[in-house]
Design a protein. Sequence first.
Length: 222
Amino acid sequence: MDRADHFISEFKGNIPFIISVRDDGFITKIDKQDLPFAKRKRKNDTGTARLAATLKMMSKNFVPYFVFQQVKRDRLTNEIRQNFYKRTLILVYECLTKWNKCCLLDLHAFGTQIGLGQYDIIFGTDHRKTINNDFDTQLAKQLGGHLSNITKELRIYVPEERVTREERFGATKVSTLTKWIKTNEPRVDAVQIEIYKDWLANQAKLVALAMEFNFAICHFVR
């Protein structure tokens, strides 16, 4: 394990694919000093770190890069968040240097349905502004088909560019990781992915989901 600093854990892979987890950390103090509360408590992304860690353990021949923000979500200051973004961008540059391509999958979770039906996974949010280079539609095509091979249950939603009144789903801030990354490095393929909380709360479902992501990522990068 490479420790980028006190707050970030990163793991090097052998394919140009990065899995990032920003909002499921656990650190509340550093050097015995409490970190200040930065925002109201939210638990939407609980389980995303466990999903990524499970996926990491399953990865064998095709191993993505992984980067984890270890600070608890309600303690994330702008300085800590920006440091995580900069470390992720360094990994993006490393992938581009090695392979001349890079795919970034930023993991999040949601607990309230968007208003257009019941979905398990959402590729891209804020009407596709959290994606770069049509990566969400590529994933929906490549990952979507494979994800259904095992569970045969997953319902995947890809937002359209136009505003849909019934779509109660945000990620509208310019500080979103994938928006920041594509501004600083437009060559990267990036997408923010939202997973319905039930898939992360149940261990069997989480493992099944990790298995399918592992299979799909291997197929995607071949």
